[in-house]
Design a protein around this ligand. Structure first.
Ligand code: APR
Length: 237
């Protein structure tokens, strides 16, 4: 990254993967309108009914494997390759579509974890894993049968927060793509970046809960508005 290139932090949410066939959470027909998040995305839900929770995530893993990156994922990867080190993706998504689109893995931070990784709920050992989750499988490190998806559940602390806040304080531009702005701490990133002097841009199907905090907003499907924004940013306008 050269001095004159703006450093950009790009927050992505479920909306960027919607056109890849991975449902969002709070839209009509979204995941949390079909199942209670308390039952499948909390430590308490896992303690109550681990079989149900693991079945839920095994199904999400299958869907994710069957999905393909869309033009929005590919456009962001193109931006990152054209401007090495200038654009950091902070994603709330647990799918690997950014990486499969060609984003450099060390420039994508999965703050809510990843579906293709497994975590031992006993010793916290985490590992890449594409075998079905099961209560019968023991942890490869401690042997205890307490495996779960390496996904951050409600009430748990997201990953990479220190690196994320450091990047928000340094960036010149904060861009939010495909997120409703309903869930903290991600929903607070725009205010943090703004307070540190960054310009702010929202790219979403509709105004999010934090819309008033953005200097500029473009509304439409990510597969159309994200490639347009990347082309403008790369001066191909
Ligand atoms: N293009 C652009 N934006 C879209 C599209 C699309 N094709 N489809 C939907 N959206 C927008 C919706 O308008 C909405 O604002 O994406 C947003 C999706 O919001 P949510 O379903 O709330 O998903 P997200 O913001 O990522 O949720 C945050 O909550 O459930 C937890 O951990 C989970 O990471 C998730 C977090």
């Amino acid at each position: 990254m050269t001095q004159d290139e703006p450093s950009i932090v790009i927050l992505t949410g479920a909306g960027i993967s919607a056109e890849s066939g991975l449902g969002t959470f709070r839209d009509a027909g979204g995941l949390w309108t079909q199942v209670r998040l308390e039952d499948v995305a909390t430590p308490e839900g896992f303690a109550r009914d681990p079989e149900r929770v693991l079945a839920f995530y095994n199904a999400r893993r299958e869907n994710c494997r069957a999905a393909q990156p869309n033009p929005a994922h590919r456009a962001l990867a193109r931006l990152q390759r054209a401007r090495p080190g200038a654009a950091l993706i902070v994603t709330q998504n647990v799918d690997d579509l950014h990486e499969r689109a060609g984003s450099p893995p060390d420039e994508v931070l999965h703050m809510h974890g990843r579906l293709d990784r497994t975590l031992c709920n006993f010793c916290r050992h985490a590992f890449d894993d594409d075998a079905p989750l099961s209560t019968a499988r023991g942890c490869p490190a401690c042997g205890v049968q307490a495996l779960r998806p390496d996904v951050v559940w409600f009430g748990e602390v997201p990953y990479h927060l220190e690196r994320i806040f450091a990047a928000l304080e340094r960036c010149d531009l904060f861009v939010s793509i495909g997120t409703s702005g309903e869930v903290h701490p991600a929903a607070g990133f725009v205010a943090h970046a703004r307070a540190a002097g960054a310009r702010t841009l929202e790219l979403n199907l509709e105004p999010s809960a934090g819309a008033r905090l953005f200097d500029k907003a473009v509304h439409g499907p990510a597969s159309r508005i994200v490639p347009q924004w990347v082309a403008e940013t790369l001066g191909e306008g």
